[in-house]
Write a protein that binds this ligand. Structure first.
Ligand code: ADP
Length: 267
């Protein structure tokens, strides 16, 4: 029979205007287009820091530079090398998630202990970034166990906290905690007093390589893959990601887990 056709909307952005084109394609064509898009994105993301590093190598080889100029160039090269490292590490996380089966019950994880651990790590990051010692706070909340893959959940929770720390200036706070929802599911939230995000970006934030502001994201050391990883992990656990934000109002990111993943002692 005929392969099933899917209708997709392509959005072209430019000069503050948006143009929508609708095309009918098959599922195979769609998968192929997404793969090509992904490879193109990855190549672009790697090419930029690589160009910077090779450029500086050439400069160091051809110009007589003072000790302080050399130091400055080496520092810039080191930053770009770290960018490539985070990118490769995020890509590996991604392909591990895609290639491995959805975690079953896995192990029972203590929600509050895990919260304390990721908050401690985020506090360390915030100190390294010079944001002051009290930027990140763990909020008290209910005690319960989660059935899931520990490493995946840890990486998703850390990603949300690290984003909040990176985007929130010194003096403003980041809070993280757990809630139990009425349906018996649970929510992990990270709430910050940072700059907030304009509504038009919210639906696309969890797309791979989507960034609100490319150049700023580069400064803050992001790969553009963080929230895509968070969404993947949430979905693998039967859950989802919710984002609430407005410009100048801070942001709240939530990972919602279904009741089947939550063991509540007070039940
Ligand atoms: P990145 O690696 O660039 O941080 P992410 O997928 O983690 O990529 O996030 C996508 C974009 O969402 C970021 O580039 C940033 O613009 C925006 N963003 C994420 N978290 C926050 C936050 N807490 N406050 C403001 N903007 C955020």
């Amino acid at each position: 029979g005929h392969p099933q056709r899917i209708s997709i909307n392509l959005y072209l952005y430019g000069k503050g205007r948006r143009l929508m084109l609708t095309r009918e394609i098959t599922a195979v064509e769609l998968a192929e287009a997404m793969r090509r898009d992904f490879v193109a994105n990855v190549s672009h993301e790697i090419r930029t820091p690589l160009t910077v590093v090779s450029g500086f190598i050439e400069t160091l080889q051809t110009l007589e530079l003072s000790a302080s100029e050399r130091r400055e160039y080496l520092e810039l090269m080191s930053t770009q090398a770290q960018r490539m490292q985070s990118l490769v590490s995020d890509l590996l996380t991604f392909s591990r998630l895609e290639g491995s089966p959805v975690p079953g019950v896995g192990e029972w994880i203590d929600a509050q202990a895990m919260l304390q651990q990721v908050v401690n790590e985020a506090q360390a990051l915030s100190e390294v970034l010079g944001r002051g010692p009290h930027q990140v706070l763990a909020q008290s909340g209910p005690s319960f166990l989660i059935a899931g893959a520990r490493a995946e959940l840890h990486s998703a929770m850390s990603n949300l906290l690290n984003n909040a720390v990176r985007h929130t200036p010194a003096g403003a706070q980041v809070r993280a905690g757990w809630t139990l929802n009425n349906d018996g599911g649970a929510g992990f939230y990270v709430s910050d007093d940072g700059p907030g995000i304009e509504a038009e970006h919210l639906p696309r934030l969890t797309e791979r390589f989507y960034r609100v502001d490319r150049s700023r994201s580069r400064e803050t050391g992001g790969t553009g893959l963080g929230l895509a990883i968070v969404k993947h992990v949430a979905q693998r656990h039967g859950g989802l990601v919710q984002i609430e934000s407005a410009l100048g109002q801070g942001s709240t990111f939530r990972i919602i887990l279904p009741p089947s993943r939550v063991l509540n002692h007070s039940d």
